[in-house]
Design a protein around this ligand. Structure first.
Ligand SMILES: [Zn+2]
Length: 286
């Protein structure tokens, strides 16, 4: 825990009264990879009125996690240049004083895999289909809603057994350059019908069959954290339903744009796709 003592000398100095305020900021980790997750904790005993924090050109949303304790969970976009960045804190106290504070964080370069894929002719129309854009837009919009309490607890578990057939962030080139994009999740491959469970608790916000993503389920874990699953054979939960970690939510399939039976698992934090495997290895949040 890093500790800063910020002495605020206010107008009360005239009456020889000096107010001292303690502001604790903890950043985990101080060096974060592209597509990984950064957590900022802030503690400001009794005096915080207003908080504004800016990072990578965006205003950061903090959630209250206890008395005078706040936390922000930030996804680092895959395409962030690996360099040192400032996090700017602007704090207003109940006495109307403004404090500005700066912290830095290093974004590390991650080497992502390159994959060349061939989509069978009957499915290749999906590569340029208007549905691809429409569905992507809709999923992106759903994952930008940042309301709610923290519903997850502890580390996430892998949602299915199988082999990781495609890693997070891979550069993908389809059908000799007909289309290319980044892989915004991990693929777990296993036979059709393999059970898929919720990696952590949350509420189902989307459960439907899409043309390109196939059978799709999105779970909101609260506070801007979402799990996105696609290519289900069967979906066993409905929109609005609460799910617990380890609860069966569907079975693996190859619906939509796929080259075989697998589960695609994407994780979104603060509207940014991040590597879900990190959440199975590291406990993120209290
Ligand atoms: Zn995938």
């Amino acid at each position: 825990m890093k500790k800063f003592l910020i002495a605020i000398i206010s107008l009360f100095i005239l009456s020889f009264s000096v107010q001292a305020q303690e502001l604790n900021i903890r950043i985990e980790p101080k060096s974060v990879g592209q597509g990984e997750t950064l957590v900022i904790y802030l503690e400001s005993p009794g005096t915080l009125k207003d908080l504004g924090v800016e990072f990578l050109g965006k205003e950061i949303r903090f959630y209250e996690i206890g008395k005078d304790r706040y936390r922000a969970i930030l996804g680092i976009p895959l395409t962030t240049e690996p360099e040192r960045y400032n996090i700017l804190f602007r704090i207003k106290t109940k006495r109307g004083l403004g404090i500005e504070w700066k912290e830095t964080v290093q974004v590390k370069k991650i080497v992502f895999k390159k994959e060349v894929l061939s989509i069978p002719p009957e499915k290749s129309k999906h590569l340029t289909s208007k549905y691809l854009r429409r569905e992507g837009k809709r999923i992106g919009k759903t994952c930008k809603k940042e309301e709610g309490n923290q519903l997850w607890e502890g580390r996430f578990i892998l949602p299915a057994e199988g082999r990781i057939s495609s890693p997070f962030g891979a550069y993908r080139v389809y059908n000799r350059g007909k289309a290319s994009w980044r892989h915004k999740g991990i693929d777990i491959a296993n036979k059709e019908g393999t059970e898929v469970v919720a990696p952590n608790s949350g509420i189902v916000v989307i459960s439907e069959d899409m043309k390109v993503h196939g059978g799709t389920i999105i779970i909101s874990h609260g506070q801007g954290v979402f799990s996105i699953f696609s290519h289900f054979r069967e979906r066993l939960v409905k929109k609005g339903e609460g799910v617990e970690r380890g609860q069966l939510i569907g079975t693996m399939g190859q619906t939509g744009l796929t080259t075989g039976s697998h589960l695609h698992w994407g994780l979104c934090a603060s509207g940014v796709v991040v590597n879900p495997l990190e959440w199975t290895k590291r406990k993120i949040g209290d």
